[in-house]
Design a protein around this ligand. Structure first.
Ligand code: 0A1
Ligand code: ZN
Length: 938
């Protein structure tokens, strides 16, 4: 591997490029095993050459240089310096044409970065540093050039050939070959470059933009899968319209293409006018995709399309500013989904994701601000903090300014920065300038890490009829940041009366108010409050904070029953259930009988009986907080007790609410053809969650229901739910149904992924053996990230009981597999090591077993630097006593000194040197939920 001496890249060290590339003319001559790439670049110098001429340094990774010419003259080896990271030309002219020829072996590229072969489709993934695996180039986002691309290949084998921009021409060549030429008029960074060639199916449509221009829309996929692209196309057209209406953004080329491939490291990439997608986020029909799959397709298609303005037309100056494009674009895709569906349910799902993926990151030693000050591997900054918390920071600006002013700010932003590579500061400046406001204090959200704790305490005075609300904020110390300054925290509040009705908060009768907390403690006074209220705070999750309010069980139940803010109504239930289950965990640990809370169960029962409630909301509100969420609230995680407590609670609901669940199961049947609309989806959600609870009831009649639903299901949502309940049970039909499912869908690779993952997450004694057996199954392939994530990833991140088996077998299995995968696809391997790296909150025996496997991995002499970074950071935690102190009492001195070591990793591929990194890698895992909801990230 070439990246054998990772260096820390600091934001403050930014220097503008010494050379800019104005135009790139690329030629891809694709053959079976090799692609000859010719790149002709018009380059000009950007620095003062009067003193000395700076060298031209081009990035390259695992490249085979064939030839190099400046202004038509071939350079001799002594005219340049080539090492395994850079091609350096010491003394280039001020303005010149550079021709670089490289050879790339696409089939040997199992890393899936740069040019590679995905089951016969030749495609690229360049974000972040993949372009340097195709040709030598200043591969950084602030070098923006105009690209022309010619692709040549065998016409029979690769009939469709695509690149960025508008289609220019195509034609025949000798020997059965053909060519196709593409011109992209918009300057772009190299990470947005893409090429695709293959035998592809194709659906097409068109879109008339707001100024009347016709855009041809195409979605390509593997042969035979074209009938599964309609929903992605529909989502694309709605996204285009939404962006015009909500942000005034019009599409800017004649054509927009999406290509779905089966081997892809992440979810999708927003390459200019040629988005390349993991096919799991494109392909869907009612027989193969669940409601959750449909929802994800809509949001990711939207997300990638919205990048055309937030990321592509306006791009980032350096990778540290990744949140400028990702935070804003996640905010935009969340808003799109909220407008298309239920806003409250969207918010519930987005906040659940944030709490599951980002809050633990912010609370641990890997905490970083949404704009990180440094990184070692740029891939490690694709985090929940940069994406999801980044979106929250944009959302808070919208809440503080109001929708109209926010839009004024974004209009100015696009006008001012179109075609430029800029920073997060520029975004906030546009908001300030457009609205004459000062956001200086607000900007701390960009530079300070950590989730603030906000405490709310209310005091009612019956005599004066006033209610005083004291809000205080405290943000725990994080690495490098022992002391936090106060944030600007918008907190929307409402007050409920004893009947659950909202009280008026001002003379205009408004019942919700956004309070602005800017100091460590502030008191807000409400007058004419007729009776002691129940506070509803941080409505709609106005700010990404932990709200601490001491509610009695009665108050929780009151909010669950009445809060007009549906998000808070849901959250009251989550907090109430968490409180109850944490108590149950304690009881289990003490050998006592765990006791589920009756009034919580009653509140769930009322949801089931309330026909006026949004069904999707009910489906969300019925699901207990995940095992992971409960684990995050504990100092020392007790995996088995959590699993048991949640199981006891589920069973109690299944027994006590049996009649309500049965009635709801019947009432929410969706007859007729499958339709992906909010109401039908809500009904399916309630029906299947009801069935999930009923499946926990041992009555044979109820056990039969899931088997019946499996066989009679008319769509994948119903069949997938039913089979998962069967697979998690001891039903005698288990094997029969699993075999039936495989035989029905063995030709549907994405459905086979579901089959793999449902077996991997089953909390059963024989699961690990089954997973090992499935590794040799024809439906599994180690070189396909979707397969690996579905089987190994689902087991290690989605099956806490089996992964954390006391004998360490789960840890050993993951280590064995990741040592193998690391040689094939280090990027995916490094990500999948996360569950093993999270040893700190487990009991001492498990900690030792996990560290033993991490040590085994780090001793692999050929370990990639990607995996090395994750493992070394995790093991370094063991060496720093102060780090332990941090988790307990907020002592951060250890971090300050520890982090000084983040300079260089003394690491080469042959030998692993000393461990000097303290920060921990991104931690993200999805524990099995009652209804599996979360899917692959972007
Ligand atoms: N920019 C893409 C997704 C993406 C994620 C990770 C990558 O490499 C580490 C590259 C691209 C998006 O947000 O859709
Ligand atoms: Zn994105």
């Amino acid at each position: 591997m070439s990246d054998n001496k990772p260096q820390t890249v600091y934001r403050k060290d930014y220097q503008k490029p010494d050379y800019q590339v104005d135009e790139v003319d690329l030629d891809f001559d694709i053959h079976d095993d090799i692609t000859h790439v010719t790149s002709v670049m018009n380059i000009h110098s950007e620095h003062d050459r009067s003193g000395n001429v700076k060298p031209l340094v081009l990035d390259g990774d695992e490249l085979n240089l064939v030839s190099l010419k400046i202004n038509g003259k071939t350079l001799k080896p002594e005219d340049y310096i080539l090492d395994d990271k850079f091609l350096t030309i010491p003394n280039p002219p001020e303005k010149f044409k550079l021709e670089v020829k490289t050879d790339v072996k696409q089939k040997e590229n199992t890393q899936l970065q740069g040019l590679y072969d995905s089951d016969g489709i030749i495609c690229t993934k360049c974000e972040t540093e993949g372009f340097r695996r195709i040709t030598f180039f200043p591969d950084r986002p602030d070098v923006m050039a105009k690209y022309t691309t010619t692709i040549r290949a065998d016409k029979e084998k690769l009939p469709v050939m695509l690149s960025n921009g508008n289609f220019k021409e195509e034609g025949e060549l000798e020997d059965g070959r053909h060519y196709s030429k593409w011109v992209d008029p918009h300057p772009k960074p190299s990470y947005l470059f893409a090429v695709v060639a293959g035998k592809l199916d194709h659906v097409k449509d068109n879109f008339k933009t707001m100024s009347g221009k016709d855009v041809s829309l195409n979605i390509y996929c593997e042969k035979g899968k074209g009938d599964k692209c309609d929903y992605a196309m529909d989502s694309l057209k709605r996204s285009m319209k939404w962006d015009e209406e909500k942000f005034g953004r019009e599409y800017d080329l004649d054509i927009f293409n999406i290509v779905a491939v089966s081997k892809f490291n992440s979810g999708a990439c927003e390459n200019k006018s040629l988005n390349v997608f993991n096919d799991a986020l494109v392909l869907a029909n009612p027989e193969t995709a669940t409601d959750a799959n449909y929802k994800k397709i809509e949001s990711v298609v939207g997300h990638e399309y919205f990048h055309n303005w937030t990321g592509n037309r306006v791009t980032i100056k350096q990778w540290h500013d990744l949140s400028l494009k990702e935070g804003f674009t996640v905010y935009r895709d969340q808003e799109f989904s909220s407008d298309e569906r239920s806003r409250a349910v969207q918010r519930i799902q987005d906040v659940s994701d944030l709490r599951a993926g980002q809050f633990p990151e912010d609370a641990g030693p890997s905490a970083h601000p949404i704009r990180p000050d440094s990184y070692i591997s740029v891939r490690n900054i694709y985090t929940g903090t940069v994406y999801e918390k980044g979106a929250e920071v944009i959302r808070m600006q919208e809440r503080l300014l109001g929708k109209e002013k926010f839009r004024k700010g974004t209009d100015l932003y696009f006008k001012r920065h179109d075609g430029k590579a800029i920073t997060c500061d520029d975004f906030v400046k546009a908001m300030e300038d457009a609205n004459s406001v000062d956001l200086a204090q607000f900007k701390r959200w960009y530079s300070q890490a950590g989730t603030p704790d906000v405490t709310a305490k209310g005091k009612y005075d019956a005599k004066t009829k006033t209610y005083e609300l004291t809000l205080s904020q405290k943000t725990p110390a994080t690495p490098d940041q022992p002391i936090k300054k106060d944030f600007v925290i918008p907190v929307e509040v409402g007050l409920l009366d004893k009947n659950g009705k909202d009280m008026p908060l001002d003379i205009e009768g408004k019942t919700s108010k956004v309070l602005k907390l800017t100091k460590s403690t502030q008191t807000f006074k409400f007058e004419n409050v007729e009776e002691p209220p129940v506070l509803s705070a941080n409505r709609g999750f106005t700010a990404p904070v932990n709200m601490n309010i001491e509610y009695s069980d009665k108050e929780y139940a009151h909010l669950m029953a009445h809060d007009s803010d549906l998000f808070n109504r849901w959250d009251a239930g989550q907090q109430y259930a968490t409180k109850n289950m944490l108590q149950m965990v304690k009881d289990i640990q003490k050998g006592k009988e765990p006791k589920p809370d009756e009034s919580y169960i009653k509140a769930i029962g009322s949801y089931l009986k309330d026909d006026k409630l949004d069904k999707e909301f009910v489906a969300e509100a019925m699901v207990l907080p995940s095992e992971k969420y409960i684990a995050d609230q504990m100092d020392v995680i007790d995996v088995d007790a959590i699993h048991k407590a949640r199981g006891v609670m589920q069973k109690a609901i299944s027994v006590e609410l049996k009649d309500e669940l049965l009635a709801s199961y019947e009432k929410n049947q969706t007859l007729g053809e499958y339709s992906y609309d909010t109401e039908s989806m809500g009904k399916r959600g309630v029906k299947n969650t009801s069935l999930a609870y009923l499946s926990k009831n041992d009555e044979p009649k109820l056990q039969k229901m899931m088997v019946n639903q499996y066989y009679s299901a008319k769509n994948m949502t119903d069949r997938d739910s039913a089979i998962r309940f069967v697979v998690n049970s001891d039903s005698p039909k288990r094997k029969e149904i699993l075999d039936d499912f495989y035989n029905r869908y063995k030709d549907e690779s994405l459905v086979v992924d579901k089959w793999l993952s449902m077996q991997a997450v089953a909390p059963r004694a024989d699961t690990l053996d089954k997973v090992k057996e499935l590794m040799n199954h024809e439906g599994f392939a180690m070189d396909n990230p979707n397969k690996v994530r579905s089987l190994i990833g689902a087991f290690s991140a989605g099956n806490p009981v089996c992964f954390h088996a006391k004998d360490g077998s789960g840890y050993e299995f993951l280590a064995d597999q990741m040592i193998k995968l690391d040689k094939i696809n280090p990027q995916v391997a490094a990500k999948m090591l996360t569950p093993l790296s999270r040893w700190k909150k487990l009991d001492p025996e498990r900690q030792e077993l996990m560290k033993k496997q991490l040590t085994r991995i780090i001793n692999d002499p050929e370990l990639s630097s990607n995996s090395y970074e994750v493992v070394s950071k995790s093991l370094a935690m063991a060496k720093d006593d102060k780090v332990k102190g941090f988790a307990k009492d907020g002592d951060v001195k250890g971090f300050v000194s520890g982090n000084k070591g983040t300079g260089e990793l003394a690491h080469s591929n042959e030998k692993i040197g000393k461990i000097s990194i303290v920060k921990q890698a991104k931690q993200k895992s999805n524990m099995a939920d009652l209804i599996p909801r979360r899917k692959m990230g972007r």
